[in-house]
Design a protein around this ligand. Sequence first.
Ligand SMILES: Cc1ncc(COP(=O)(O)O)c(C=O)c1O
Length: 372
Amino acid sequence: MQIYLSRPDITEKEIEAVCSVLRGPNLSLGPKLAEFENAFCEYIGIKRAVAVNSGTSGLFLCMPTLGIGQGDEVITTPFTFIASTTTIMMADATPVFVDIDPVSLNIDPAKIESRITNKTKAILPVEVFGNPVGMDKICEIAGKHELVVIEDSCEALGSALNGKKVGTFGKISAFAFYPNKQITTGEGGMILTDDDELADMCVSLRNQGRGKGDSWLSHERLGYNFRLSDINCALGIVQLSRMEEIKARRRQVAKWYQEMLASDSRLIVPVEADGCDISWFVFVVRLKEEFTVQQRDKILQDMKDRGIQVSNYFPPVHLQPFMVERFGYKKGDFPITESICERTIALPFYNNLTKDEVAIVCKTLKEVLDNS
Ligand SMILES: Cc1ncc(COP(=O)(O)O)c(C=O)c1O
């Protein structure tokens, strides 16, 4: 028996949509690109959407678009997927970490102001695991200090805070569509903004620096090839059209886990805070403080040995070897992040996980914990 950590949810409708692009003449820069972008604008309620070939490309393009580069600092979280940080560094800017709130696992807004310097240009918060808690407060602080917010919404498509959709908090935001995400395009991403100038710059930068109306071999600026093909867009259009169904399924799986695990005193089980509507990217439980990282790692291995795929989302970004080498970070620099990272267990989580499978995962986890 194998229960996977994550599985895409592709129906015949997606397969048909992709095949119909393959039967036609436009595999890239065709009509599906604008259709996907327009559908995204409508779903989120934002003026402009620019499709790119990954969440990483999307976040990175925010940097030159906002004029962020060498000598600039961007405040961000050390508890995230690596790309939130590396996209700042790719632009030659410096990531400045702020420790997280131990409940929401997002940047602790109360700790931001002490990290602002005259080099700070932006705050890059992440809705970790899809949880939007704190975004309103972070934007308030950014506004007070005239800083731009680059919202890393790569894990949070469909989440909202007090009725405001994720992706609308920042001046600019980015989503990701790798197959473990709420919707997938195989690989892909989307940049969102209400600002036409920023969106036009992203359109140019994703397409080799070509300007509006330029010919194929005319380039106004240094650009990249971060285009998303019509094949990917066709897949994304159908996935996005199923978003409410997808969100309902994910919420159901999360509810099963909550019901089956909430009473286990060894675990901290994620719940939705007041005002939050979470679309659930992953389901990450945490071991209580008395467990060591060695015990957690043994639990992960025992689960895998029993056919249940699990993971340690996330190791601390600041303690990755290249970050230690470059910035000299050490253990103890961001103690809340480090303590959380040592005790997380990401459980199998995807749309089509059945109640019986969730029950097997929970039963196995309890047995493994009994033996640890
Ligand atoms: C928070 C966060 N930011 C950025 C990314 C990067 O997205 P991609 O893998 O599409 O480049 C991810 C992807 O997992 C993510 O979780």
